[in-house]
Write a protein that binds this ligand. Structure first.
Ligand code: HEC
Ligand code: HEC
Length: 187
């Protein structure tokens, strides 16, 4: 009799154990299905919600770009100390810069800038950084202004940016001082 009860008990135990194991297995399967990352296609990798390869729905943002003519625009604060200043005025008719035509020079070369109220091109742009020598002309590497200085458009940022610049001198918000800081930490 005792033996019978014992084997009955073992049978029950074995059954419930196997049920447990089954449950565990299905649970694990469910979990892995839930945590499995959805596949991200290469076409959808761009920040714009557009097919990266065709970008068929992407339109230039020019329409909302600044429209104030040079001489009437309000300068931006520098994005950080010695950042290339953003172009605050309209660039309609000024871009693209070509080999034979660079309208920016007409107002920003130091000898004319003050007469039109423009910020003069700084000394760093008249320097050969390889030899560290001053030149008597604009350095060729600085000819294509819009490579570093960009016009602004009033659009919603694709990625939120919480960066806050930390200027060492109050004047650094509105002008560059790079020519004085060039060898900082070097010499
Ligand atoms: C007709 C004259 C004129 C032309 C051409 C011109 N600018 Fe300007 N620029 C100005 C004036 C004036 C300002 C000062 C803001 C204002 O009054 O509109 C200025 C401001 C700037 C600033 C901001 C400087 C600062 O201190 O924040 C940048 C950068 C700039 N221009 C770049 C350019 C580039 C690049 C081009 C060529 C695509 C260009 N500008 C063509 C007159 C001109
Ligand atoms: C290779 C990048 C680059 C190119 C090309 C370039 N700049 Fe700059 N620019 C900068 C940077 C960086 C600064 C800020 C640091 C400094 O003064 O050098 C600056 C500063 C300036 C300033 C502000 C000067 C001040 O005293 O605050 C003006 C104006 C300017 N650039 C105009 C121009 C014009 C016009 C062109 C084209 C002829 C041009 N830059 C080409 C990178 C560039």
């Amino acid at each position: 009799m005792k033996k019978l009860i014992f084997s009955a008990l073992t049978a029950v135990l074995a059954l419930s154990l196997s049920a447990c194991a089954d449950k565990g297995e299905t649970k694990a399967k469910e979990q892995s299905a839930a945590t499995a990352k959805p596949t991200i296609s290469e076409e959808s990798l761009g920040l714009r919600k557009e097919n990266l390869y065709t970008e068929s729905g992407v339109a230039p943002v020019r329409k909302v770009a600044r429209t104030e003519a040079p001489g009437t625009a309000k300068r931006f604060e520098r994005s950080y100390e010695n950042a290339p200043p953003l172009i605050p005025h309209s660039v309609d008719g000024l871009l693209p810069i070509t080999k034979n035509n660079n309208a920016c020079l007409g107002c920003h070369m130091p000898e004319v800038a003050s007469s039109v109220g423009a910020t003069p091109i700084p000394k760093t742009h008249f320097m050969d950084f390889r030899s560290q020598k001053m030149l008597d002309h604009l350095a060729q590497q600085r000819y294509n202004c819009s490579q570093c200085h960009v016009p602004q458009a009033n659009v919603k940022p694709l990625v939120e940016n919480k960066f806050k610049p930390d200027y060492r001198r109050p004047g650094d918000k509105s002008k560059s001082s790079l020519i004085h800081d060039l060898n900082e930490g070097v010499k």
